[in-house]
Unconditional design. Sequence first.
Length: 171
Amino acid sequence: MTTTNRGRLADGGRGIRNVPRPNLIERRMSKFLRAPPSIRVAAGVIVTATAIVVVGGGILIRILDHREYSNVWVGMWWALQTVTTVGYGDVTPARPIGRAVGAFVMLEGIAFLAIITAAITSTFVARAARERALVEGADEAAFEARVEERLDEFGRRFDELQSTLRDLDRR
C-alpha cells in the first residue's frame, strides 16, 4: 500500500469520527420506529403530543384571536378544555382562523381519548388471552392425564387378557 492510499484511508476515518451523534429526540424516534411500541411508550408519546398541542394551541390561539384571549394562559386554558373535550364555553374563538385552530385541537383531543381507550382495552384483551391460555393449558393437561390413565387401564386389561389366554392354552 502506498503512502498516498494510507493518507486517503486515514482522512476517510477522520470524517466518520466527526459525524455528530443523533440528539435525544432522534434516538427516541428511531427506537420508536424500529420496534413496536409498548403501551407505556405509546401512552408517553400520546401524552407528550397532547401537551404540545395544548401549549401550541394556547399560544397560537392567543396570536391569531387576541381579542378573545387576553393572554397565553387563557389560550392554554381554552386548549386544555378543548383537548379534554370538556369545553366549558367561558372562552371561544371568534375569528375563523381561531375556529380552525379549535377544530385541530378538538380532533387531537378525540384521537387522544380513542387511543387511550384502545390501549386500556388491548391490556384487558391481552390479560384475558393469557388467562384463557392458562385455563386451556390446565384443561389440556387434565385431558392428557385422563387419556394416559385410560391407556394404562387398557394396558392392564390387555395384560390380563393375555395371561388368561396363556392359561387357557396351557390347559
